[in-house]
Design a protein around this ligand. Structure first.
Ligand code: NI
Length: 173
């Protein structure tokens, strides 16, 4: 098992659209296992493959941290978002030290393949819906800081620079 390094903003891979997975093999399943471990090590609840340097459409989620609640989706496709819009605090393992309130739909329906290659559809609500939406955003190169207002984002990025010492953000927005 490999310990995967989590890429940090402004790493360019976080802004790339991830490629669909064409065949699911043992190497994708190994990657998924390693992604869960990397996520647990950082006390996260979700992770997308680009965050570990792999530009493929794979996400893992676990809202509770219990193994029975592990959810891995290959080639996730958001079918619809519905319900009321809810605001909640969100962070990202690739943008440590900062968090912000992000508005998202209460419910999401997603289709995709599980690690065995089986197609499935899932309707999620609340925290799980939020995690899936956040991770699917990663596959499009979208980060949670893109979903807040310009001035809030600017303030947050300044805080991120101060806390992490990362200064070379460039003209990312
Ligand atoms: Ni994230």
């Amino acid at each position: 098992m490999a310990v995967l390094e989590i890429r940090q903003f402004p790493d360019k891979i976080l802004r790339k659209k991830a490629e669909p997975v064409t065949t699911i093999t043992e190497s994708e399943r190994d990657l998924i296992r390693d992604m869960f471990e990397a996520m647990y090590l950082s006390s996260g609840v979700g992770l997308a493959a680009p965050q570990v340097g792999v530009s493929k459409q794979i996400i893992v989620c676990n809202p509770t941290g219990q193994r029975s609640d592990e959810l891995a989706i290959i080639n996730p496709h958001v079918r619809y978002r519905k319900g009321k819009k809810v605001k909640d605090c969100e962070g990202c393992l690739s943008i440590p030290e900062i968090s912000a309130e992000v508005v998202r739909f209460l419910k999401i329906s997603v289709t995709g393949k599980d690690p065995s290659g089986k197609d499935f559809e899932l309707e999620a609500e609340g925290l799980l819906a939020r995690i899936i939406a956040h991770e699917c955003d990663h596959l499009e190169g979208v980060l949670f800081i893109d979903r807040i207002g310009f001035f809030k984002r600017k303030a947050l990025v300044n805080k991120y620079k101060k806390k992490t010492g990362i200064t070379c953000i460039g003209k990312w927005y």
